[in-house]
Design a protein. Sequence first.
Lengths: 262, 382
Amino acid sequence: MKIVVTVKLVPDTNAEKRIDPGTQRLIRTGVETVLNPYDEYALEAALALKEKLADGSTVTVLAMAPEATKETLRKALAMGADDAVFLTDAALAGTDTLGTADVLAHALKNIGFDLVICGGLSDDGSTGGVPGALAEFLAVPGITNARSLEIIDGRVHAQRETDNGYQVVSAALPVMLSVTMAVGEPRYASLKGIMGAKKKPIAPMALANIGAPGSAGAAGAKISLLSTAPPPVRGKAKVVEATDGLSGAQAVLDFLKERKLV
Amino acid sequence: MNFDLTDEQKAIQSLARDFARGEVAPRAEEMDREEAFPYELVRKMADLGFMGLPFPEKYGGSGADTISYALAVMEIARIDASTAITMAAHVSLGASPFYLFGTEEQKQKYLVPLAQGKMLWGFGLTEPGAGSDAGNVATKAHLRDGKWIVNGTKAFITNSGTDMSGGTTITAATGTRPDGRKEISNLIIPQATPGFTRSKKYKKMGWRASDTRELAFVDAEVPEDSILGERGQGLKQFLKILDGGRISVAALSVGLAMGAYDEALKYAKERHAFGQPISSFQAIQFKIVDMLCEIELAKNMILKAAWEKDQGRDFNQTASMAKLYAGEVSRRVVNEAVQIHGGYGFMDEYPVSRMYRDQKINEIGEGTNEVQRVVLARMLGL
């Protein structure tokens, strides 16, 4: 079967993030681009599934990003994806969450798939809205927040994480599925994978190839970003000197009681 | 000129960094305290291809270049010197002699499993009475009934006694040359050779998780074809092996300095004195800037030596300068890193105290600072 993993390319998660006050967008210059960490879990789930199936199934990664970040995709290939599709187009700048899902759905229909696996959300925008909308646009069953998955007789069986535990659900392929971090730690790209990745294809794709949906770009966006602000600066921590563990614990308990937290 | 790393070199550097931070960092302190050899980490490094990083794929290696190798050693040493020397000694001293001088049969038999990281291998040059004058080998081997009979002692041999060590290649006097001087050859000695024993691990000041032992040979018998490459070429061979080793030891040194710098910078921003972070004081700022400048210089020199090697050029002088300079930089940087930490830098719970102990050997191992200066002076024709 053909597994496609959607991958977002985001500014280095360890770098300090700054917003351009003019455009209200993240400043990407001078900051390295990395695979969205949540999407690495999606890729891990796809690679583990491919290995388990061992039936000639393939893993393709699909990214929608500016041209300059293309080589970032090599990491996904080094980790073990078979090939990549790189959707880039100047007209995509400013696409909102709904538009992103629409554009990705057009791209996925063009590529073809049995199973689409997404990360739960992106490290930069953090809307978490793409997977659900993507299932809708693809008109396939959407299983979100999966913590494990397997394929049995052409159906996906997955455990969906909930606040209190998990649900066991199943749906006939093709399926769109998003994963949580419980699905398994992403593997390291091996040296062999790195050396082999440069020979794997990254196919270019533009909006014209997929019927240029009107939802693309700032013009197609339904949500307007009005303003952004940095998180409030944390107040000064209260420091209590304790002579031993017991009096330290008592001080912590008193503090929590005082705030009515216990 | 172009200082950009290739995408592949960047990917290998980033893999080594992620691995060091994710896998090595959580274990480094305990490994040092318990003097515990990092079997699990070596297995993981083998799976990822680090143990055969610069060797061709047809010999079980990863086929990467010397620059990538140096970058990988730096990133691992940045977190833990013991793990880094285990890998670097394996690649540069254990496996590379087979790659450089082994017959095709020896390459298949030894280099392939070594590059795959299935076993470790030592290189025995130093003796209790022959360090800097390594040519003055007291270990002897003579032929008897088609076998080499080896007698002697080797000192400070890395990776020689772990549960996954397959053997050690040693220098020995195998006869007398026509000019009356010793004929030196390298002999391949598998672990199970009768008459070959390893001491307990040395108690060391630093590199405590790495495996370092004294080797004893008492009428140890190996087959006649146990000579590495050609008989009588031992001296030339080990000089060439050490040339390449200098790049990796230099990378170890600068990696350690980078790690000490990281810790010092972090601490200087966190630690407050007189109502402000100590990083706001010029006394601290100047130290940090000096550390960074020296690290950058040493790193550039190492990468230049690695580049020269990758280009097939003579890299000996640059590698010697890099080894000497990086070793001394690691001392100055780690010393200031402890100083910035104040009293806490003297405490075991801060990584800089381990780094301080791990540093000294950088100025001794694989040619002391003094020997590097002698080598360099000779290159200048002095």
